[in-house]
Design a binder for this molecule. Structure first.
Ligand SMILES: Cc1cc2nc3c(=O)[nH]c(=O)nc-3n(C[C@H](O)[C@H](O)[C@H](O)COP(=O)(O)O)c2cc1C
Length: 455
């Protein structure tokens, strides 16, 4: 039998109280309302390293869910992604308490100027000795656009065009601005850096004008590992060109296999190797020592779920033009939304018998497809099946922090390791080396064309 490559594990979290599983923060063991206490995160990061997780992956938003001018009673009451804190700053703290764990965080093209962002990421990549990942998002919330001087979001595909220019600017700074040997620290010669190896990028584009040079010297990975989520045609094209890891949502195995195969074909068409993009599937686990126990625990979780929270998170319960609440019996096909198309598609697929309505949403979002309920052996069986259709890693969503990961690490990881499904030890080196065997982007990645381009 061929040896399986290890499935990669990411822990999907957010520096806030209620990230995905709304209502669960009320569980007696849940501690995510202490998200401002760095000690909780340090403990969690250490637990993940004990379980040989590849990366801790922070979601982030820079605006409220719901209509831009809307009421935010539910956001506040449910702790739905607010209050929150900046994950890039938290990543700095966690870098000093961990050795191997990748630290990936989300940052929208909306929120930070690319020059500032490039320097922040280079600083973090130095600090962590090459363990930073960046989840590139465009923001799907009008409220976020309002916070950065825009009246509303740009249209869906235009947001990806914006993201492409943003990636070009930061890649010019990371890849092209400094030669490898420009920083000399030569005391005898009295030379810190050699100016002939440091280049302006003189970027002039539709949205940005950035002269450079980059103010950081090259970090271990130069460009952080590039993550992306979003599977619309524009999202896929963006991923095929730029991303090294893509977060995908569950669907049927056939549809997931199709999505992976066709995106890999797009990656190859972009001049890269199909295996240059890893697919991480979002799943959440309810673990029991028997199947019956797992089912009982799953039912207990259902009792805590907040329908209001799921409806708000779906961003679908209102008319995006007027902000008015929609009739709960409106079919999803009639809902105009700026929400990610992959999410909408997922909701439809989760309800194959009939077109779901807004009223169905809470149940569907929390639904069983992304939820794996069973013993560690049953969970391992299920993960093997996902791996067989091309999934490279699992984006493990939690019910509550830090307990969901402690359970997973203590009860599921050993079974997965016994089957050779996940790694027992870390490889040495940067996050990219652990995932792909090399520290920096390979020559075939489009961002590498900036190397030497400004000499
Ligand atoms: C697993 C997953 C995680 C995501 N995390 C974030 C996030 O933290 N912040 C954010 O603004 N958008 C996030 N998104 C939204 C995506 O970046 C993207 O905007 C969305 O999926 C729409 O893309 P599409 O229309 O190409 O499908 C996430 C999406 C997925 C599937």
């Amino acid at each position: 039998m061929p040896v399986r490559p290890p499935l990669r594990l990411a822990a999907f979290v957010m520096d806030t109280v209620s990230h995905i599983q709304h209502g669960l923060w009320r569980h007696p063991e849940a501690r995510q309302h202490e998200f401002d206490d760095v000690r909780m995160w340090i403990d969690l990061a250490k637990t993940l390293e004990r379980g040989r997780f590849d990366t801790l992956f922070f979601a982030d938003v820079v605006g409220l869910y719901g209509p831009a001018d809307g009421d935010y009673t539910v956001n506040a009451r449910e702790g739905l992604q607010v209050p929150n804190a900046d994950p890039s700053i938290l990543a700095a703290a966690l870098a000093t308490h961990t050795e191997h764990l990748g630290l990936a965080f989300t940052s929208s093209v909306l929120q930070a100027h690319p020059f500032e962002f490039a320097r922040r990421v280079s600083t973090l990549d130095h600090l962590s000795r090459g363990r930073i990942g960046w989840n590139i998002v465009t923001s799907a919330l009008d409220g976020a656009a309002r916070n950065f001087g825009h009246d509303r979001l740009e249209e869906h595909d235009e947001r990806y065009a914006w993201a492409q220019e943003y990636v070009d600017v930061v890649a010019k700074l990371w890849e092209g601005s400094w030669d490898d040997d420009a920083f000399r620290a030569d005391k005898a010669a009295g030379v810190v850096s050699d100016a002939s190896g440091i280049h302006r990028i003189d970027h002039v584009g539709q949205r940005y004008r950035v002269a450079g040079p980059h103010l950081s010297k090259p970090s271990p990975q130069r460009t952080p590992v590039l993550f992306q989520a979003g599977s619309s045609p524009a999202g896929r094209a963006f991923a095929a060109r730029n991303a090294e890891a893509q977060f995908i949502l569950t669907s049927t195995r056939e549809k997931t296999a199709e999505l992976i195969a066709s995106t890999r074909a797009d990656v190859a068409a972009a001049g890269r190797l199909p295996e240059d993009l890893l697919f991480f599937l979002g799943l959440t686990f309810v673990i029991g020592s028997t199947e019956e126990e797992a089912r009982r625990r799953s039912a207990e979780i259902d009792e805590l779920l907040s329908p209001d929270g799921f409806l708000l998170h779906s961003n679908l319960g209102y008319d995006p033009e007027t902000g008015a609440a929609l009739d709960p019996d409106t079919p999803l096909s009639q809902v105009k939304t700026q929400l990610g198309q992959s999410h909408l598609q997922w909701l439809r697929e989760a309800s194959p018998d009939r077109e779901p309505t807004i009223r169905d949403l809470a149940g569907l979002s929390a639904k069983l497809r992304a939820r794996v309920v069973g013993t560690p052996e049953q969970i391992a069986d299920e993960l093997e099946q996902w791996q067989d259709i091309g999934v490279d890693g699992i984006n493990v969503m939690n019910w509550w922090l830090p307990g969901s990961y402690e359970e997973f690490v203590d009860h599921v990881v050993p079974t997965l390791q016994d089957r050779g499904l996940v790694q027992r030890e870390y490889a040495e080196g940067t996050l990219r080396r652990k995932l792909f065997g090399h520290d920096q982007l390979p020559d075939r990645h489009p961002a590498r064309r900036w190397r030497g381009a400004f000499s």
